[in-house]
Write a protein that binds this ligand. Structure first.
Ligand code: BF8
Ligand code: SF4
Length: 632
């Protein structure tokens, strides 16, 4: 296989080391240093057997003290902690979705936000029984937004988007009693169940973890994705570049970081404003360059081809280049370290959301009502800051890979339509892909998602697993920081087909796709649920039968645990490279990873495997087992 053209982990690490040297010169702290300070971690925390949900504690479980003061054992404590972890993630994704719903509610023909994909809006309206005929598109948008907002707190019934799932999946959810009701209710109930003196039965707590996860994946996240598409356009394949080399030495570099496209879309828009470009030039720059970090980067890359500077553990690196005029953040996955770090350089660290306030930042509150004005203010501040740059500190690593991104479900179907004569209705079909899997040209698929985590060599797991999978004719769909890892290495370049096995290489050539398909940000894992649903429906099988597995080799956030729960609850076996603090309870481990818990309820479970080769083999084995069960 031809991996030589890829940017290697070693090259990326050498670049990071050279940036850390600059950091040392200016007295900057780094996550690498802080990891050393924090290691070894607390064993009680790692095993999930520390409880501090009431002030009789904190209680820690040891062989000598097997129960907390209230009598709760390790299984109850681990399961409660797991549910709280999930609730944190579900709340966070879903609140992001709510914020986009508010933005949709604000949209107007002459305002800052408009409807860019009316077809998608009408489709959702149709699904939700909202009248569309003869109505102004913005009236429909407002009613859809309001109906979506009601999903967060409606007193009766289950979530509307559950109807999108295959019938069999819905039946499993009903039978297990985990079909989510109002989004906020599941998060709220998670906190209630885990309050002192409520649930300590692992089965009930793990079931509710699945339910709270589903309220994210088939609720808040799905709304975030769908409404973002309505407002900003459903992604289509588009070319961009990735890695730190996308920062430009002679330009004003504005880094957008976080998650909510309502902010980044506006920054991207105003960076193209001739008045702002003139201002950049007046301050000595050649123009304005926007690049992204974390999921915001995925959002603007997929819709505008904005380059991707890096993922989670590269966020400090962008400042360390000495060429970052402003790092503009909204919510989630933002290191508080950026405050003190930016003070070592000329960089403006601009926080914009009341939800993510941090010391040592310039707070410019952003809202739907003042979007244009605030975005302009931020871009202006960055342009004016160019003259404060210290040229002696500028060090932009010469690493940059081409990437084709933007594979929404709609885009994937369009690509497939281009190569098939099979029956295609106006919504497209997954049959060409199904046929390729049935014939064995492609063996199956892995949905790789999630973060970086210093417990795992940064990006190494993502990239090495992807290389092995595509070599074995397994197509990989990605989102979040996993997507950026692939892009940074060059695995989203169309030329990466040369890294594939013969079958997948032919498919990539025929369809004109890279072997790793960028499906978006972390809320866009909801796209993967729809993809799996469409495959199952077109194939005529259940989701759990598809030769498809989920994988989060470097996950770190509560959001990732929520995602894991809904991916498993949707019927997709999921592999984790980092332990979710459950080691302290065999009962919880059995429910999540054994045959008697989630496997019984939703036909899928988790595997935690820290050895990369073993994990890869296990995923391939699972895919092959599913193929064998289908007689293909
Ligand atoms: O939501 S993959 S580090 S950026 S949590 Fe965060 Fe993890 Fe990245 Fe986006 Ni997702
Ligand atoms: Fe200890 Fe029970 Fe209170 Fe937890 S709820 S801190 S185990 S007494």
């Amino acid at each position: 296989m031809n991996f030589e053209k890829l940017i290697s982990i070693e090259q990326m690490e050498a670049a990071t080391n050279s940036l850390l040297e600059t950091g040392a010169k200016v007295g900057a702290d780094s996550w690498q240093q802080r990891v050393e300070n924090q290691t070894p971690h607390c064993k009680f925390g790692e095993q999930g057997i520390c409880c501090r949900i009431c002030s009789m504690g904190p209680c820690r479980i040891t062989p000598k003290s097997p129960r907390g003061i209230c009598g709760c054992d390790a299984h109850g404590i681990v399961a409660r902690n797991y549910l709280r972890f999930t609730a944190g993630g579900s709340a966070t994704h879903s609140d992001h979705g709510r914020s986009i719903a508010h933005t949709l509610y604000q949209a107007s023909a002459d305002g800052a936000y408009q409807v860019k994909d009316p077809d998608k809006l009408l489709k959702i309206a149709g699904e939700w029984g909202i009248k569309t005929e003869g109505r102004d598109i913005y009236d429909v948008a407002h009613e859809v937004a309001e109906t979506g907002l009601m999903e967060y707190g409606k007193p009766f019934g289950n979530l509307r988007f559950l109807d999108r799932a295959p019938k069999h999946t819905q039946e499993l959810w009903d039978k297990a009693g985990i079909a989510p009701r109002a989004i906020d209710r599941e998060v709220s109930q998670a906190l209630h169940m885990t309050h002192m003196g409520c649930s300590s039965l692992p089965e009930a707590l793990i079931k509710h973890s699945l339910r709270a996860g589903l309220s994210d994946g088939w609720g808040g996240s799905m709304m975030g994705t769908e409404f973002s598409d309505v407002l900003f356009g459903t992604p289509k394949p588009i070319d961009t570049q990735a890695n730190l080399g996308v920062m430009e030495k002679d330009m004003v570099n504005i880094i957008v970081h976080g998650h909510d496209p309502s902010l980044s879309e506006m920054i991207v828009f105003y960076a193209q404003d001739p008045e702002m470009i003139a201002l950049a030039k007046a301050n000595g720059a050649k123009g304005i360059n926007i690049a992204g970090v974390c999921c915001t980067s995925n959002e603007v890359a997929m819709r505008h081809g904005i380059p991707m500077a890096g993922n989670f553990l590269q966020q400090e690196n962008v400042v360390l280049t000495g060429a970052c005029e402003a790092i503009v953040v909204d919510v989630q996955c933002i290191f508080p370290a950026l405050g003190p770090l930016s003070k070592c350089f000329h960089t403006k660290f601009i926080t914009t959301s009341p939800i993510a306030r941090m010391p040592d930042s310039d707070f410019i509150e952003f809202s739907d009502e003042t979007a244009a004005e605030k975005a302009k203010e931020i871009v202006k501040l960055a342009c004016e800051n160019f003259k404060n740059r210290n040229p002696d500190l500028v060090n932009i690593p010469d690493l940059k890979a081409n990437a084709r991104v933007g594979y929404s479900v709609e885009a994937i179907k369009k690509c497939l339509d281009g190569v098939t004569n099979s029956h295609v209705d106006e919504l497209g079909t997954m049959m060409p892909l199904v046929d390729a899997v049935k014939s064995g040209v492609i063996r199956g698929a892995v949905a790789m998602v999630g973060c970086n985590n210093p417990k795992v060599r940064a990006d190494y797991s993502h990239i090495e697993l992807m290389k092995k999978l595509i070599e074995n004719d397994i197509i990989v769909i990605v989102s979040g920081c996993s997507a950026q890892a692939a892009a940074k290495a060059g695995l989203m370049d169309l030329e990466a087909k040369d890294c594939c096995g013969e079958g997948l290489r032919r498919v990539c050539e025929l369809v004109g796709i890279p072997p790793i398909l960028h499906m978006g940000s972390c809320v866009d894992i909801s796209r993967m649920m729809i993809l799996a649903t469409d495959i199952a429906n077109d194939w005529g099988i259940n989701i759990s039968q598809i030769p498809l597995v989920g994988c989060a080799p470097e996950w770190m956030s509560e959001k990732a645990v929520s995602i894991g729960n809904y991916v498993v609850a949707t019927g997709i076996d999921t592999f984790l490279g980092v332990e979710p603090f459950c080691e302290g309870s065999e009962e919880v481990i059995e429910l999540l990873r054994g045959e008697s818990g989630t496997k019984q309820w939703v036909e899928a479970n988790f595997t935690v495997e820290k050895d990369l080769d073993k994990m890869c083999d296990l995923m391939i084995e699972t895919i092959e087992k599913k193929r064998a069960a289908l007689n293909i």
